[in-house]
Write a protein that binds this ligand. Structure first.
Ligand SMILES: *Cc1c(COP(=O)(O)O)cnc(C)c1O
Length: 419
């Protein structure tokens, strides 16, 4: 069972101040998650979580994470600028981008962010663009093939296909890349890899870490480079479905430690720092999309029309992603009605739920759509002239604060040329 982080009464009071739809974030949950992550990796000197800004690009959220000791992982110019305005600088910023425009490397260099190169050719491109190779530099690795954690009765627990992914250096390229970078003045090296997304398994980071640690030992032996950090990047998932089990971050940290002690310590590399770039794990469960049922429709199926739409949360519409829905105040009622819960876009994929068994929904009911704190608001768009919603922070003391206002018609018209 999934329980919202607000009660119905609390939410009705919040709706008095802010009209639906809006994204609501839970400060206490965000802080607690960050603390659990830092505790799970406290064994590693220099451990750093770089929050993936693209998951929730909202200054107030970034500032909370900064207070909890997190850095940021940026992938674009605007994310770099936002991070700078939130107070992040230097090695608190990881710049992991791909197909990078020159101006973005210039900005990353200006902010002294750690640059994570996505391709062998970017070595020369970076040198040409900023005039030198920074002393600390990272390369993204792509092992190719298929990444799997093994098969169980239910099939593959985790499976992804790095050979089809556009990212990273091949193994030969990363060896040559480190040699080239070293010859150009780099002194401290990082290795980064992102091989599977939304993993619901405590084995993902440890297995990935094992592979990267072995690569690090080989790179050190073959190139003589000083490996300063290994970046496990993102990919730790959340249980979107009520029957799924939550990842145990303490067990994940312990699993990485075991690999570290087996592989890096004997190679004299016990000083390597572990970095992560989690987005979804940090924020998804700490956000709700709050919407109200405004229409019921009975044709060949039963529809509930809500005031949010795919422009507020795109994942169900484009990936068929499951997001749990709680009908506020009806938690104890039987789920004996089968509904499609739909938004207003002129696009038949605009469905938050299809054939979902829920309690009887009446017009005016408040619905909480769960796990929208990451890759939720962030993927919003303006199709059909729909405007992006507000973002509201539920603070630790129970009060609320608007951390992004809703868009207005003027915002939408602001980029138009009228004559
Ligand atoms: C998207 C992304 C992340 C975050 O991924 P999550 O699945 O949200 O943890 C981390 N690093 C990079 C480079 C990314 O592109």
């Amino acid at each position: 069972m999934k329980t919202p982080f607000v009660t119905k009464d609390q939410l009705e009071a919040i709706c008095q101040a802010y009209p639906t739809p809006f994204h609501l974030y839970n400060e206490a949950g965000i802080r607690q998650t960050a603390r659990e992550v830092n505790a799970a990796f406290a064994w590693n000197q220099g451990f750093q979580e770089y929050f993936a800004v693209k998951a929730t690009p909202t200054p107030e959220i970034l500032k909370i994470l900064r207070e909890e000791g997190c850095g940021v992982d940026c992938s674009s110019l605007t994310e770099l600028l936002m991070s700078e305005r939130c107070g992040f600088s230097g090695e608190e910023i990881m710049f992991s981008s791909n197909e990078t425009p020159a101006e973005e490397f210039v900005q990353a260099e200006k902010q002294k962010a750690i640059i994570n190169l996505d391709d062998f050719t970017h070595i020369a491109f970076l040198k040409e663009t900023i005039g030198y190779i920074p002393e600390t530099i990272s390369c993204r690795y792509n092992p190719g093939g298929v990444f799997t954690l093994g098969e169980s009765e239910e099939g593959f627990q985790v499976m992804d296909n790095p050979s089809e992914a556009k990212y990273g250096f091949t193994k030969d390229q990363i060896i040559e890349g480190f040699q080239t970078l070293k010859a150009m003045g780099a002194k401290h090296f990082g290795i980064h890899a992102f091989l599977a997304s939304n993993t619901i398994s405590d084995a993902y980071y440890p297995v990935l870490a094992g592979q990267l640690f072995q690569l690090a030992v080989e790179l050190k032996e073959r190139t003589g480079c000083h490996i300063q950090f290994i970046n496990l990047s993102g990919g730790i998932g959340v249980p979107y479905r009520p029957e799924q089990k939550k990842n145990n971050i303490a067990a994940i940290g312990a699993g990485v430690k075991e690999q570290f002690e087996q592989i890096l310590v004997p190679a004299g590399m016990g000083d390597v720092k572990i970095f992560t770039e989690m987005g979804r794990f940090m924020l998804a469960p700490n956000g709700h999309l709050v919407t109200r049922a405004i229409h019921e429709k009975h044709i060949y199926k039963e529809y509930i029309g809500v005031d949010a739409c795919a422009a507020n949360l795109m994942r169900p519409s484009i990936y068929g992603a499951y997001h749990h829905i709680t009908v506020m105040g009806k938690e104890a009622e039987p789920c004996d009605h089968k509904y499609d819960v739909v938004g207003s876009l002129c696009e038949n994929s605009d469905k938050f739920a299809v054939d979902r068994m829920l309690p009887k929904i009446d017009k005016g009911d408040l619905l909480v759509i769960h796990d929208t704190g990451a890759h939720g608001f962030a993927m919003g768009y303006n199709y059909n002239g729909r405007l992006r919603s507000a973002e509201i922070l539920l603070k630790e003391d129970g009060t609320t604060k608007m951390i992004r206002r809703r868009e207005t018609e003027e915002d939408y018209f602001a980029t138009l040329m009228w004559d």
